[in-house]
Each structure stands twice: as structure tokens, then as C-alpha cells.
Design a protein around this ligand. Structure first.
Ligand code: GLU
Length: 435
């Protein structure tokens, strides 16, 4: 779709934005923020305030490993912003996680919560570790010590973690327990994404994938694409990718390609996604060796001739190098930051409708909010109620972003940032600067 505004020239660059891929996720966040700041004519003081993380915690985590050695891990918790409410965001365990990435992810949480109208600020945590090569005991000790180190940071009214890459409901249960032991009370609302029996919400596990499905259908509707006649490729087969694939298949889409760390898998007739999920679960979460699939590379998956592409793996997958070859008409970003700013420009020029991460994957934090509300009320909702409210909030958020995109004549990503930044800036204006 041709946009009225050339957002790339409107950005706050001294020179017109060069075609380059960001070296750092935080810079990628700022590049998008700049576009919104320019459109909103944001006051320079507000600009500084809103890009700067409120607090960056870096903590050393000693863990006694199973062989008796003491190993030190580095952990992070970045509180980006608390203007709209307590800060909210997941914790990721990964060998390559770093503070720059966590800063970007924390800021994205701020914008995400603002877009779906959830009363939270943004935060994110990370621990540099390789969970695939750690025993459950080692992971438990790591999680408990990370929680103990950050005890003053976390709290149901302060900062509320959740699962992210390589963390899950069990890890959230250890956080609840450690936190509750220290505070001498039962604080289930200190994290979301917990096991149901400990105050988790029905539908939370599927929520991010469900939200991706919901915005994909909304985007299809806008361009007159019918689910029953469309093909989809999904990069990443973790919690987000597998559920998005399953739910899109239920709506009639043909899922012709999926991938995980072992590579890409293609079937022109469409996969039975439930069978793929069963296979992956029985195979230590790997799709390797799945019968009736042609093996393809990750790069091939991204540039397949499909109607919809769902990047649901990690950052910086769609770059200026492969964006020109992308054939999908819709990209729904299940992952955080899968597209670089340089690729944005190419995709926009090629008329690809990109539903950006801070909108497309906001279903997770939306149901996290429902979980927090249920914990605080001690009254739990049916799955039907959770899903209905989630669908409604995602649809409203999509429509708001789409309308802003038309109003400002900018792509959906720029429109999302405009809405989010405007909302947080308006709240900041009302609260003022405490001196
Ligand atoms: N980690 C998820 C995200 O990136 C969920 C965060 C949450 O529920 O707090 O949106």
C-alpha cells in the first residue's frame, strides 16, 4: 500500500536513513521510536525520558552445579518504564542474551502494553546460560538465586516477570515460591505464566500464538485475503510459532512450511500441525526427521512464495539482505524484533503489510494481565472468557493501529509506535516530573 508519508526521511536522522541493518536491538528500537517522535513532534525532554530505561540491574548469580563446582552466571532485569503501571515483561535464558538486547525487549514491552491498553509499564529479564545443558536442579538453583538477588525489584505492584525464551511455568513457580518465602506471604501475582494450579490463567500458554492468529486474520480481511485460500510459512516452532500455526490451520490456512533450530520443513499440500506438535514433543522439541516434509533452509523458508509469513523465532531474521526476496503479502511478527529497520523500508516499498511485533505478539502480555487480575481477585475465569476477551482486545488494538496508519499515512509499525509513544507521553505529562 502506498503511504502518504515517507517515514524514513521524516525520521530524526541527520542524513536520510541509510540502508543498514541495526547492529543492536536497542538501536533498532530507537530507530522506530525516532519515526514516531518526529511525527508526534515529541518534546526533546520527553524523547530523552522515554527512550532511557528507568533502571538496569546486572547481577552475579552463583550456582552450585551438580558436580559440586560453583559457577557464576550473569543476570539482568531492565525496567524500561513504569508510567502506565507496574513494569511487566518476561525473563529469557539464553547463552547469547545481553544487556543491549534486554534493554530493547524491555522498551518493546512498554509499547506493547500501551497498544493493547494494559495498565503496565515495560521490563525484561535475562540470564546468560545454556538451559539445554543444565539439569532441572541447576535451573532451579539458578532461578531461585536470580529471584533472591532481585527481591527488591520484583513485586505484584512493582515489577512482574513472565516466561520468555527458554523459560516456562515451572520456572515461574520457583520464582513465586522464592519470592513468597522471603516476603513471608503468598504472592502469586508476582509473576504470570504460572502453572494453573498455582494461580495461572487458562489460555495463557496459547495466548501469544492466539493473538498472532487474531491479527493475521484481521490483516487478511483488510486486503481481501481468505484464510481458506492462503498459504502460511512459520519460522520457529516454539510456544508462539507452533500455536499460531495450529490456530491458523484451524481457521483454514494451509501451513506449508515450519522451522526450528534443526532447519526448515516444507510440504506443499500443507502440514497436519497437531501431528507436527506431537512429533516435536516426542522428539525432545525437534522436528528433525519429520516424515513427509522436504527439508529447506531457514533462508528458503523466509523467501517462500506464500501469502503469509510468521517469523516467530528471534531477532534480526528479516534483513536488508533477504527482504527484497520476500514474497509474502502479510508478515505477522510473532517474535520480538524479527525485522531490522533497514528491512522495514524494503518491505514497505514492496507493499508488504507488516503487522509489527509490539502489536502482533501482544496476546501474551494481555493474558498475563488477565492472570494478574484473577490472582488479585482470587477469582478465576473460564477459558472461554479469557479467549473472548483476548480476541476482543487484539481486534481493537489492530483496528486502532490500522486506523492510525491511515490517519498518518504510515505503515502499521510506525502507526503502532505513534499510538504507544503518544499514550505513554500523555500519561507522563499528567504525572509530571517529580523533583
Ligand atoms: N515474554 C512475553 C513477551 O515478550 C510475555 C511477557 C509477559 O507476559 O509479561 O511479550
Amino acid at each position: 500500500m502506498p503511504f502518504k508519508q515517507n517515514v524514513y526521511e521524516k525520521a530524526l536522522y541527520k542524513e536520510p536513513a541509510p540502508i543498514r541493518d541495526s547492529e543492536h536491538p536497542f538501536q533498532a528500537m530507537i530507530d522506530r521510536f525516532d519515526i514516531a517522535a518526529k511525527i508526534l513532534e515529541l518534546d526533546p525532554g520527553f524523547y530523552e525520558y522515554l527512550v532511557t530505561p528507568a533502571r538496569v540491574h546486572i547481577t552475579a548469580i552463583p550456582v552450585v552445579m551438580d558436580d559440586g563446582r560453583i559457577k557464576l552466571f550473569e543476570g539482568y532485569r531492565v525496567i524500561h518504564n513504569e508510567i502506565l503501571g507496574p513494569s511487566k515483561g518476561g525473563i529469557r535464558y539464553a547463552p547469547d542474551v545481553n544487556v543491549n538486547e534486554v534493554k530493547a525487549l524491555a522498551a518493546w514491552m512498554t509499547w506493547k502494553c500501551a497498544i493493547v491498553n494494559v495498565p503496565f509499564g515495560g521490563a525484561k529479564g535475562g540470564v546468560v546460560c545454556d538451559p539445554a545443558n543444565m539439569s532441572p536442579g541447576e535451573l532451579e538453583r539458578l532461578t531461585r538465586r536470580y529471584t533472591a538477588n532481585l527481591l527488591d525489584v520484583f513485586g505484584p505492584d512493582k515489577d512482574i516477570p513472565a516466561p520468555d525464551m527458554n523459560t516456562n511455568a515451572q520456572i515461574m513457580a520457583w520464582i513465586v515460591d522464592t519470592y513468597s518465602m522471603h516476603t513471608r506471604n503468598s504472592s502469586t501475582a508476582v509473576v504470570t505464566g504460572k502453572p494453573i494450579i498455582l494461580g495461572g490463567s487458562l489460555g495463557r500458554v496459547e495466548a501469544t500464538g492466539r493473538g498472532v492468529m487474531s491479527v493475521t486474520l484481521s490483516a487478511m480481511e483488510k486486503i481481501g485475503m481468505r484464510p481458506g485460500q492462503s498459504t502460511v510459512a512459520v519460522q520457529g516452532f516454539g510456544n508462539v510459532g507452533s500455536i499460531a500455526a495450529k490456530l491458523l490451520a484451524e481457521k483454514g490456512c494451509k501451513i506449508v512450511a515450519v522451522s526450528d533450530v534443526t532447519g526448515g520443513y516444507y510440504n506443499e499440500n500443507g502440514f497436519d500441525v497437531e501431528d507436527l506438535i506431537r512429533y516435536s514433543e516426542a522428539n525432545k522439541r525437534s522436528l528433525a526427521g519429520y516424515p513427509e516434509a522436504q527439508e529447506i533452509s531457514n533462508e528458503e523458508l523466509l523467501t517462500l512464495d506464500v501469502d503469509v509469513l510468521v517469523p516467530a523465532a528471534k531477532e534480526d531474521q528479516i534483513t536488508s539482505a533477504n527482504a527484497p526476496d520476500i514474497k509474502a503479502k502479510i508478515i505477522a511478527e510473532g517474535a520480538n524484533g524479527p525485522t531490522t529497520p533497514a528491512a522495514d523500508r524494503v518491505l514497505d516499498e514492496n507493499g508488504v503489510l507488516v503487522v509489527p511485533d509490539i502489536l502482533a505478539n501482544a496476546g501474551g502480555v494481555t493474558v498475563s494481565y488477565f492472570e494478574w487480575v484473577q490472582d488479585r481477585q482470587g477469582y478465576f475465569w473460564t477459558l472461554e472468557r479469557v479467549n473472548k476477551r483476548l480476541d476482543r482486545m487484539m481486534k481493537t488494538a489492530f483496528d486502532n493501529v490500522y486506523n492510525a496508519s491511515e490517519q498518518y499515512g504510515v505503515p502499521l509499525r510506525a502507526a503502532s509506535y505513534v499510538l504507544a509513544v503518544d499514550k505513554v507521553a500523555s500519561a507522563l505529562k499528567l504525572r509530571g516530573i517529580y523533583a
